[in-house]
Design a binder for this molecule. Structure first.
Ligand SMILES: Cc1ncc(COP(=O)(O)O)c(C=O)c1O
Length: 464
């Protein structure tokens, strides 16, 4: 769509704002007829993207929002590499394998040579793969016993949506133990009301998406041990360690939590490299405790890339850069570096929770201890502050902070919470500025009362 009918002849030496594109509104849904200068195209897109939120103030996401310069360089150097071309890029393949073994070792696999795992695009793909392996193993067991295997179920606490997807895509009943009003993680003894011989696994989460708390894998395992002893039901565990897989091994007051392959019942673990693995967005991991836990039928061999390569991820082509960047973090930071970063983040989350509590309006649901670095709060019972947490989120957004407010899942849907995730670039100094802005926002609400507080439905600008 050209507003200015008189087309000025374009000169490729023009400064971008002297070009035709400066006085055009792009038709966004049709492929343009002609090409344009690369600088102009870049400028158009860069300008549009400035309307996005500022990633470094995004306290909603679990995904890293800062990377070292060397990671940017490695990502650039790998931009043309497809990680699936393992014969062509054997070093990228080797680096992926090393990462799997580093994680297996970190998560206390009995034998680092007998473990097996893969990189994925994130925890969602990793969850699908782990879930499929459990489904296949369960089916085999049922067939061998001459029993029907058409009604599998999976027992979980309040899960991230990837498990809902897993259950729906593969027609598995999701038995999600509902949250209680005063306890948001699954109560181990409750499991007995949900499991049966059709349960492919119990799936605790190390770091609930909603509150950031860890579920107690060891206690869950003990309940299942007792069940096996009394009723002969042997139900495996998969741990969704999307965040916690990269936190519990490092945070001082979490090192004693036993949640990983030290527990025999834990057959597989997933984690997001791009969350607290500190890699750039686009990498996750799934590791099985031993090769026997991953059914052979799920491993495909391809020969058309050269060599005979086994593959057991959902995607075929994928970028290699994120895997390389994960490995960079492993060798660059070592145990010591991860320990320092994760402990700093945990400390900031705990500090923030104290400050938010001291405002007086809020009850702290998660105080940053024993789970993911960050904190979660709600209004105290009986408080009518005259604004909703959605209003507070909206006000903070005008300063650039992205601090989500949302209602909890089933059985606690009337509880609205607000949550901050502390990642490596959210320093104590930034946290103190956030606290000042929260206080300033509350003062403004007092001086200029909200007549109609925002609801959850209205709280997203895009849903208006
Ligand atoms: C507990 C949990 N599991 C799975 C996922 C999905 O992870 P990803 O975004 O890496 O696919 C998330 C994402 O936040 C999560 O918090």
């Amino acid at each position: 769509m050209l507003h200015n009918k008189k087309v000025i002849k374009h000169n490729s030496n023009d400064q971008v704002h002297a070009s035709n594109t400066s006085v055009e509104i792009l038709n966004k849904f049709i492929l343009p007829k002609n090409q344009m200068n690369s600088k102009e195209a870049y400028d158009l897109i860069k300008n549009e993207l400035s309307l996005d939120g500022n990633a470094s103030l995004n306290l909603a996401t679990f995904v890293q929002t800062w990377q070292e310069e060397e990671v940017h360089k490695l990502m650039d150097e790998c931009i043309t590499k497809n990680m699936i071309d393992k014969d062509e890029y054997p070093q990228t393949a080797s680096i992926e394998e090393r990462c799997v073994h580093i994680l297996a070792n970190l998560w206390h696999a009995e034998s680092s040579t007998d473990t097996i795992g893969t990189s994925t695009t994130g925890s969602s793909e990793a969850a699908m793969l782990a879930g499929l392996a459990l489904l296949w193993n369960w089916r085999k067991k049922m067939k061998a016993a001459g029993k029907p295997c058409d009604k599998p179920n999976i027992v979980t606490g309040a899960v991230q949506i990837c498990w809902e997807k897993f259950a729906r895509y593969w027609d598995i009943e999701l038995r999600e133990i509902p949250m209680k009003r005063d306890k948001y993680t699954m109560t181990p003894s409750d499991i007995l009301n949900y499991v049966d011989e059709n349960t492919i696994c119990v799936m605790p989460t190390l770091g609930l998406t909603f509150t950031l708390e860890y579920e107690n894998v060891l206690e869950i395992s003990k309940v299942l041990d007792k069940l096996e002893k009394e009723k002969g039901l042997d139900i495996p565990i998969h741990v969704d360690g999307a965040s916690g897989g990269f936190l519990a091994p490092f945070i001082d007051d979490q090192k004693d939590i036993i949640w990983d392959f030290r527990i025999k019942r834990v057959k597989s673990i997933n984690a997001s490299g791009h969350k607290f693995g500190l890699a750039p967005v686009g990498v996750g991991w799934v590791v099985w405790r031993d090769k026997a836990s991953l059914p052979e039928e799920l491993i495909f061999n391809v020969n058309y890339l050269g060599g005979n390569m086994p593959t057991f991820a959902l995607n075929f082509s994928r970028p290699g850069g994120q895997i390389v960047a994960q490995y960079y973090n492993f060798i660059r930071l070592g145990f010591e570096g991860y320990q320092k970063i994760q402990n700093n983040s945990a400390q900031i989350g705990q500090w923030l929770s104290e400050k938010i509590k001291s405002i007086g309006l809020f009850e702290i649901i998660y105080n940053g201890k024993g789970g993911i670095p960050g904190c979660t709060w709600r209004f105290k019972d009986g408080i009518d502050a005259g604004f909703s947490l959605y209003d507070l989120a909206d006000k903070l957004r005008s300063r650039g902070w992205l601090v989500p407010a949302y209602s909890l899942p089933e059985h606690a849907t009337d509880i609205v919470v607000q949550r901050v995730l502390v990642k490596q670039n959210f320093t104590m100094d930034l946290a103190s500025l956030l606290v000042e802005d929260i206080k300033r926002a509350i003062e403004q609400f007092k001086a200029h009362p909200i007549t109609t507080p925002l609801t959850e439905k209205e709280s997203s600008f895009f849903k208006h």
